[in-house]
Design a protein around this ligand. Structure first.
Ligand SMILES: *Cc1c(COP(=O)(O)O)cnc(C)c1O
Length: 431
């Protein structure tokens, strides 16, 4: 694969941007590689500046769901642009997007838009603290909730990849209010709650996506909901990835959970910068201007991003009956074939998946939590990643990430992916 131009951009970028990237995992550092530079994206494909093309399973880290540069979405966005790019004032589309989201998530009475998932979780945590008058928060080892100070403790992929347990620059005075429990281990949550009467909230990715995909075991989320309910602790579902991806209504619909607050992002902006948090009316109405908890944003509810979001959610809603079963079917087909190949070549490999997202782990044993995910063979992943890229398939440049389907992915794209896996696994074992 020729990478001349990408390498030139990479050198120039590193002069001007720390590590050459505006978000760390894009650097390909954990797979000891250099990034390719994207020229354009269309459908299921990324096209780089050297003329290579890749079937894209990163899908902007889950933000893209229809496929890249979807024609009807582009038309909707062009129409929106004609009406102006930002008002800093109210407009009817904000109501339309809020209505679409609230209708899909019965746990939410009211919702506020932000410009990123990070802002959504940051605001939800502040709201939970203000509402309960308590400072402590419980999060789970390996769950990532954006780069919020209080949440950058044992925070999954980017950090797991780089081996930085916590970020420098997070005051110890702040981090001490963050308690870390283990995903799928309810006892670790109960122990923390028993040991402190200062807990405002529990925040969780109900389907872990940021340590690779890890599913909640039977009864875990229900148990969490019950523990929180009994003790007046708010339950915050971070569905920035899972909302509208695993189904129209997120993980909470699948497991029948009624969280106090929910955070969204990625898909709801149709590829534009949007986040949202929402929940029970009596909690949400503590926000300014009604209440005493401040939260704001110049570009929050940006009309272009909101109209893109409306278009995407509208499409998902009217075609939910085909799209989500389509994702599930694609997942089954790909997993089945890849597991068969791995088995044939004797490569230790596991796939965790749910509708629309999956992770293949190079591991002999089941991956159910931070511990078992950390035990995966990263060197094998590096070989797999590089081999797939050579074969024109782009998986995440880290073992601890999810892969995402889009509506643009075709059967023949999946066939090509399976063929590439056959080549790559054969090469891995013969090395
Ligand atoms: C991506 C992500 C965030 C942060 O969203 P940004 O838009 O990157 O700030 C928060 N929570 C989860 C679960 C995410 O995957």
């Amino acid at each position: 694969m020729i990478k001349t131009r990408s390498d030139e951009y990479c050198i120039e970028a590193r002069q001007l941007i720390p590590g050459g990237v505006n978000s760390p995992v894009r650097a390909f550092q954990s797979v000891n590689d250099r990034p390719f530079y994207v020229k354009r994206a269309k459908g299921a494909y990324l096209y780089d500046v050297d003329g290579n093309s890749f079937i894209d399973y990163v899908s902007s880290w889950g933000a893209i769901v229809l496929g890249h540069a979807d024609d009807a979405l582009i038309t909707a966005v062009k129409d929106a642009l004609e009406d102006g790019t930002s008002y800093g004032a109210c407009h009817p589309y904000e109501i339309e997007l809020a209505r679409l989201i609230v209708d899909a998530f019965p746990s939410m009475d009211s919702i506020r838009l932000t410009t990123s998932g990070t802002e959504a979780t940051m605001s939800a945590v502040r709201l939970a603290r203000g509402y309960t008058g308590k400072d402590g928060i419980i999060k789970f080892r390996g769950c990532y909730h954006g780069h919020v100070d209080s949440l950058l403790v044992k925070a999954g992929s980017g950090l797991a990849t780089f081996g930085i347990p916590d970020s420098a620059g997070v005051p110890a005075d702040l981090a001490k209010h963050t308690y870390v429990a283990d995903f799928n281990r309810l006892g670790t949550v109960r122990d923390i709650m028993d040991g402190s009467d200062d807990i405002a909230c529990v925040i969780i990715e109900p389907i872990m996506g940021n340590m690779g995909v890890i599913l909640p075991e039977e009864g875990f989320l229900k148990g969490l909901e019950k523990l929180c309910g009994e003790r007046g602790i708010l339950l915050i579902f971070d569905e920035v990835i899972s909302g509208f991806r695993v189904g129209f209504g997120g993980a909470q619909h699948i497991w029948g959970i009624d969280p106090d607050l929910t955070c969204l992002g990625k898909i709801i902006g149709g590829g534009f910068p949007v986040g949202a948090f929402g929940g029970k009316r009596h909690i949400m109405e503590r926000l300014a201007p009604l209440g005493d908890i401040y939260q704001a944003g110049t570009l929050s509810g940006n009309p272009v991003a909101v109209r893109a979001g409306i278009h995407v959610l509208g499409r998902l809603k009217s075609n939910a009956g085909e799209i989500y079963p389509g994702f599930a079917g694609a997942g089954e087909r790909l997993s089945g074939a890849v597991l068969e190949i791995a088995g044939r070549y004797g490569v230790p490999y596991r796939i965790n998946s749910i509708t629309g997202m999956f992770t293949g782990f190079f591991s002999r044993s089941a991956v159910t939590d931070y511990e078992s995910a950390s035990a995966c063979d990263r060197e094998l992943y590096e070989k797999f990643f590089k081999g797939m890229l050579e074969n024109g398939i782009f998986f995440a440049p880290s073992q601890f990430e999810a892969s995402f389907f889009t509506c643009a992915l075709s059967q023949s794209d999946i066939d090509r992916t399976i063929e590439a896996c056959e080549n790559v696994f054969r090469t891995i074992v013969n090395e």
